[in-house]
Write a protein that binds this ligand. Structure first.
Ligand code: CMP
Length: 140
């Protein structure tokens, strides 16, 4: 598998509890390198656009309100098989189902307040990186 880039969000429940460094340490220990990073607070319109694929889900409103409730840290992670590796390090969406040692097992509070987001495929990784980062912010 080649070197890939993926997109990550450290969510409001984690930034609020000062867990950014602990989460980045898990990425780095898994061989993922942070190649771009910034702390931002999304507008409601941005959150609704970013999560547009979930707009028909019953939790959509709650999800968007949560994602704008505090600052988030958006990052680009790079490494061998980065998309799958990041999903492995994150653990299952619902922390009750997450494996030992994963970010969501160790830090997530609930299925909604689940500490991290990560891209699920190369196409979404490219779209999500471009949504938050300009070309100038992405070194080669
Ligand atoms: P994420 O990877 O950011 O992608 C969509 C998010 O929706 C997901 O993580 C969860 O945080 C959230 N989500 C999924 N299912 C539910 C649910 N049943 N209730 C609240 N939030 C949910």
């Amino acid at each position: 598998m080649a070197i890939q880039r993926t997109f990550s969000i450290i969510k409001p429940d984690a930034t609020k509890r000062n867990l950014t460094g602990a989460i980045v340490a898990k990425f780095e220990a898994a061989g993922l390198r942070v190649v771009a990073s910034k702390r931002i607070q999304m507008t409601l319109a941005q959150a609704e656009t970013f999560y547009g694929v979930h707009s028909e889900r019953p939790f959509f409103g709650e999800l968007c309100e949560f994602m704008i409730s505090e600052p988030i840290v958006v990052q680009v992670l790079e490494g061998e098989d980065a998309i799958a590796k990041n999903r492995e390090v994150m653990g299952a969406t619902n922390p009750a189902d997450a494996a030992e040692g994963t970010i969501r097992k160790d830090f997530a509070l609930s299925i909604g307040e689940n500490s991290v987001h990560g891209s699920d495929a190369p196409e979404t990784a490219a779209e999500e990186i471009a949504f938050f980062f300009s070309g100038l912010e992405l070194v080669g």
